[in-house]
Design a protein around this ligand. Structure first.
Ligand code: ADP
Length: 366
């Protein structure tokens, strides 16, 4: 009996374990799904996000009229730029995903020591894709995108500029999760004693510092509705030191390398008919030192050449009556690019790049 009892007990225990395990299966499955989602998320940013969906929140701040005006002026409801529209800059994309996108997707994880960065600064020569990247961040995570320039915040009446800064942050909190993008932040927040610094900019600067500090303490961050400040500058060395400290993640956006230039040309020529002789590798090799914006100008110029040839010597009536389908089919040739290369020069100087690299080695993030 004892043996039998032992057997029964053993069998009973096995049954118990089996039942327990069976009960645990749904929990395990749900854990696996969570883990799988967690693993996929960093690799496929944006693919799970519903682009352009703007979470609506009521604005309850003190200045509803100003908020409505600002909203009209700076709220970009559809930046419409995907990661794939930005050529190269893979390291910058990775850093932005880690600093801005992931904290939005898994706010529980980004707590305490892992709290999101208070602000992120993108710096580099002009025309390298900083604004484009900011728009891609906003599109890919579907956050409200507040696209602020210096002129939308600075006002001549006493106290008005600070009021706008406060209202901007109230608005961002109401519409959270949101990204405040401040382009050319150096013109708003120049270093103390810099030639551009005046009384207004001093006051705007201190208000901005207060607001950024406030974001960090905000309960919104723990409720999974963060407000992120993303700033861009072509002159990081001109930035106020206190602000620089608050823009904790500082990402260098350099000139495109060969691979990125090739990618950028391909993105620009996506919908254009290409002649068989067009050698994109060669164009990419010959455009070292050109910014993304310079390269885009070259592509635009080259892709217009066929039409210029076609209408040369024709009068306006003849041009109007030309077959549009025929014009669209004119291919872009290698010669068109060579001519564009003769006309368009790189806009960024070697000295400027060296200055950025030096600042990057001193203050940049990797
Ligand atoms: P920045 O903000 O760095 O001055 P932008 O993001 O405004 O530069 O870029 C200006 C233009 O140059 C863009 O609208 C785009 O046409 C082109 N461009 C620059 N960098 C890139 C890039 N990495 N990928 C695709 N296009 C780019």
């Amino acid at each position: 009996n004892q043996v039998q009892g032992g057997k029964y007990t053993f069998a009973g225990q096995v049954n118990n374990y089996r039942n327990t395990l069976q009960q645990a299966v749904p929990t395990l499955n749900s854990c696996r799904n969570t883990v799988q989602q967690g693993v996929q998320t960093p690799q496929l940013p944006g693919q799970n996000a519903v682009a352009g969906v703007k979470p609506k929140g009521e604005y309850n701040g003190p200045d509803p009229q100003l908020a409505a005006r600002l909203e009209k002026e700076i709220l970009d409801t559809n930046p419409g730029v995907r990661w794939d529209d930005v050529a190269g800059l893979n390291e910058a994309k990775r850093l932005l995903q880690e600093a801005v996108v992931l904290p939005l997707w898994m706010p529980e994880y980004f707590q305490g020591i892992r709290r999101p960065w208070r602000g992120v600064l993108m710096f580099g020569p002009p025309g390298t894709g900083k604004t484009l990247l900011a728009k891609a961040v906003a599109t890919e995570c579907g956050t409200t995108f507040l696209n602020v320039s210096c002129s939308s915040l600075l006002a001549k009446w006493y106290g008005e500029s600070e009021r706008r800064v406060r209202c901007l942050f109230d608005l961002a909190r109401a519409r959270a999760p949101s990204t405040i993008f401040i382009d050319e932040i150096d013109s708003l927040c120049s270093a103390r004693g810099a030639p551009g610094e005046n009384e207004v900019s001093r006051r705007v600067k201190s208000e901005l510092l207060v607001q950024i500090d406030g974001l960090n303490n905000s309960t919104n961050n723990t409720a999974g509705k963060p407000v992120t400040v993303l700033a861009a500058t072509n002159f990081p060395w001109g930035l106020d030191e206190a602000l620089r400290r608050r823009l904790e993640k500082r990402i260098y956006i350099p000139l495109p390398d060969f691979k990125s230039r090739k990618e950028l040309i391909e993105i620009n020529l996506k919908s254009i008919t290409l002649a068989p002789d067009l050698d994109i590798d060669q164009v990419a090799r010959r455009t070292e030192g050109f910014s993304g914006d310079d390269l885009t100008n070259i592509c635009r110029d080259a892709s217009l050449s066929g039409m210029r040839r076609k209408i040369a010597g024709k009068n306006p009536d003849e041009i109007k009556n030309m077959s549009k389908a025929d014009i669209l089919k004119i291919p872009v040739m290698m010669d068109d690019f060579l001519e564009a290369l003769d006309r368009i020069q790189p806009t960024v100087s070697r000295g400027d790049i060296e200055r950025h690299e030096k600042w990057f080695s001193e203050f940049g993030s990797t």
